[in-house]
Design a protein around this ligand. Structure first.
Ligand SMILES: Nc1ncnc2c1ncn2[C@@H]1O[C@H](COP(=O)(O)OP(=O)(O)OP(=O)(O)O)[C@@H](O)[C@H]1O
Ligand SMILES: [Mg+2]
Length: 334
């Protein structure tokens, strides 16, 4: 049996040139690689768009096959990540126990390659508490002669100002549908898959919603069943309903046909096994693209927000969704 390799790893861009989109960011990183010199970096942007890829590709450019000695990847939410913030003694202790490298051990030795610094990549930096971030800031300073930090986060606003001001901040924009398509096509080709029709490609792009990781994982899940990718399969593994069915439900409610909307809701929840939250996200996408006057849209978005909050507080999903449909109907009437 062949070993299971997640496609998100298998198709992770090795070089900066393989990264799709993010042209400006990539151009800057290429310059750092060429100069073999860089400041601390802060990567910010939503999930699954290539921040980790960019850090790894930069490290590949800088260190080539010595990357392993010169690039330390930490996750702020796991043990080792927390080491960064511990006192030296605690760090040593924990590292010995966990048999991992602490930042200190890593940064103490000079890099072997012809680059004057090593890189510590800290993923999910925004998961660190402000206190931990202050400690991290000191760590960054302590080792700044031999080490550069690359911090990655979803929200740069959660990173304390003193760290932000020590870093060159790169904001990764959401991937466009075109970018996502290119990434999908790379995998289709690499794995010898077949896209059944245009609808299947549209489904992939819809499910991705700008997140390459999500669509790659969905593709891999479908591919374990069949090499022929259909829209049906994609929606089902990604637990998404067909967008046009969701739209039909929203439109029925808006036009005042409450019973029809309610039946559609039943159908969607049972047939696709969708959770209330998944469905609410899809309703949100349809509401924002509805062809109705702006003031109605504003009202509807506000309502979706309200029901999203209620569900996050644990209210009954079925009842909340039905109540939301009632609200959509009221908006259609007034
Ligand atoms: N711009 C891109 N070009 C090519 N492949 C990409 C790109 N963005 C993402 N991918 C693919 O998606 C996977 C996930 O990307 P990556 O790990 O870089 O996301 P991330 O931005 O670090 O997300 P997170 O915030 O969740 O850490 C990668 O392994 C790669 O296969
Ligand atoms: Mg990442």
């Amino acid at each position: 049996m062949t070993e299971f390799v997640p496609w998100v790893e298998k198709y992770r861009p090795k070089r900066l040139n393989d990264i799709i989109g993010h042209e400006k960011v990539v151009a800057n990183l290429k310059r750092y690689a060429a100069d073999k010199s860089m400041p601390h970096l802060l990567f910010a942007g939503r999930a699954g768009i290539g921040k980790t890829c960019a850090a790894l590709a930069l490290a590949n450019e800088l260190y080539g096959d010595q990357r392993r000695q010169c690039f330390l990847e930490l996750n702020a939410s796991d043990e080792r990540g927390i080491d960064v913030m511990r006192s030296r003694e605690q760090q040593k202790d924990a590292a010995r126990k966990a048999n991992t490298t602490s930042v200190k051990d890593f940064a103490r030795t000079r890099p072997m390659a012809d680059v004057a610094f090593k890189i510590v990549f800290l993923d999910e930096a925004d998961a660190l508490t402000p206190d931990a971030q202050h400690a991290l800031r000191r760590t960054m300073e302590l080792y700044s002669s031999t080490t550069r930090f690359i911090l990655s986060c979803n929200y740069s606003s959660k990173i304390i100002e003193p760290i932000q001001s020590r870093c060159a901040v790169f904001r990764f924009k959401a991937l466009t549908d075109e970018d996502v398509k290119k990434i999908i096509e790379r995998i289709i080709k690499g794995e010898g898959l077949e896209i059944a029709d245009d609808e299947a490609m549209d489904a992939l792009i819809y499910v991705a919603d700008g997140d390459a990781r999500r669509v790659i994982n969905s593709l891999q899940a479908v591919a374990t069943l069949t090499k022929k990718i259909t829209a049906e399969n994609i929606y089902s593994v990604a637990s998404r309903a067909r967008p046009k069915e969701v739209r039909a439900m929203v439109e029925a409610a808006f036009k005042g046909d409450f019973m029809k909307a309610r039946e559609a809701l039943d159908d969607l929840m049972i047939r696709y096994g969708l959770s209330g939250n998944d469905l609410l996200k899809q309703i949100y996408r349809e509401v924002t693209s509805l062809d109705v006057p702006d003031d109605k849209k504003v009202f509807l978005v506000d309502r979706v927000g309200e029901y999203d909050f209620r569900m996050s507080e644990g209210a009954n999903e079925r009842i909340q969704l039905e109540a939301l449909l009632a609200q959509i109907m009221l908006a259609g009437r007034s």
